[in-house]
Each structure stands twice: as structure tokens, then as C-alpha cells.
Design a protein around this ligand. Sequence first.
Ligand code: PGA
Length: 255
Amino acid sequence: MRKPFIAGNWKMNKTVSEAESLVTDIIERLSDVEGVEIGVCPPAIDLVSVREIIKNKGIKLGAQNMHWEEKGAYTGEISGPMLKELGVDYVIIGHSERRQYFGETDQSVNRKVKAVFDYGLKPIICVGETLKERKDGKTEAKVSSQIKAALAGLKPEQVVEVVVAYEPIWAIGTGESATAGQANEVIKGIREIIEKNFPGDAQKVRIQYGGSVKPHNVEEFMVESDIDGALVGGASLEADSFAELIIKTASIYQG
Ligand code: PGA
């Protein structure tokens, strides 16, 4: 069985001191939770302090972006070896905000995904359609081309370590989530594409849903057959709501 994975994407929120107090509060609320992998993805500048606080607490550390080159003249960028040395486990790659505001393409996403593995990290690869694409019936085409491009050239043993986050763009930060049924259908489609390209591996790949996941709706998503957790933005910025999401997920998987 795939272990559910709930990751908090803090985006560009929390100074170092705010990050320290948030993660301390999260740990306090989650000390007895089992059966769910938990991750926090703070801004790069917070990674060192957060890593110190979550050490040996069973919480994974994620970065929100990474350059594909090992080092060099790329002002403002952060490399895999830098993240690896810090003890980072995951890197979010290709979030729709990075594609929309920072010009990331399927090609750059693929280069980054490969580099993430080269440096011993694991990617959380984000895919998802716009509202227009959904209305035009192009959801499946969009998401499958994104996933095929992102995984191109990976080895099967890498593919099984990938985490995919299906995030319909129209549901991110809008309070309007996809229905659980809609999300599960798309996620099943993603699994079929992975199976077609990497036969025998798709059942092992964890696929999260993301987009306005909140304590009041998380259970609807987590009971679905193919949804293996969530990538959570807004609701991960408060310890109470993030912990509640995780506790509800744990109870579904245990019960
Ligand atoms: P949201 O963000 O939960 O605030 O909708 C999700 C994401 O962008 O990862």
C-alpha cells in the first residue's frame, strides 16, 4: 500500500523566526500521528533553521525549487548539492506558479527532475490544467503531456520514488477545490500514463491532490482510491489547520 504524504508548501511566506515558531507548533500537535508521511517546504532561507527543529521528529524537509546545474553563474539560484548538504529530502518542481510567473517549461521541469535525482533528492512534480483547458475538455491531454515530459529519460527505479502533485490551477488558492471524484479521475489517468511509459511501476508512485485542501474537505479526497495525500498551500501556514489535515488523513488510513 502507498503511504499517504501530506506536504505543506509555504510558498513565499514566513520569515526565519515565523518559520521556527510554525514548525515548533506543528511538531507539538503531531507527536502521536502515525501512518502518514509529513513534509514541510519552507522558503529556501528558512531551510537551515527548520531542519534543526525537525531533526529526528519524523518530518521531511522540502525545498520549493532547484536549478539543474551543480554550480555556476546563475544569480539567485540554488543547486542540488546545496540542498543535499542541508539535509533536504524533497524538492517541489514545476509548481504552476513557477510555470506561470517564472517561465518554467516542461523542458526545464524535466532537467530539474533529473538533477534532483542526480543529487540524491526526490521530486514532487506538479501538474495541472487551467480553467480554460478544463472547460475545453483538455484536462487529460494537458496533464498527460506534462507528466510524460517531466518523467522523460528517468530510470524505472527513479520513477517509483517520484511524488506527483495534481493541482488544477483554478483550484489553487481560490477556495474552489476540484471535487474529490474529479481529482481521482485525473489522478487515475496520470497513473495510466505512467504505467504506459514505465510498465509495472505506476502502482508504486504516490500522487497527491493539491488545490484548496482544508481541514473540512481533506477527508473527501483521502478516501479516494488513487489519491495518496495532498500538497497544501494556505492551510499549511497555520499549525492548527495543517495538523488537523494530517490527523484526519491518518485516521482514514488507519480506520
Ligand atoms: P492552496 O495551494 O492549498 O493554497 O490552494 C496549493 C498549492 O499551490 O500547492
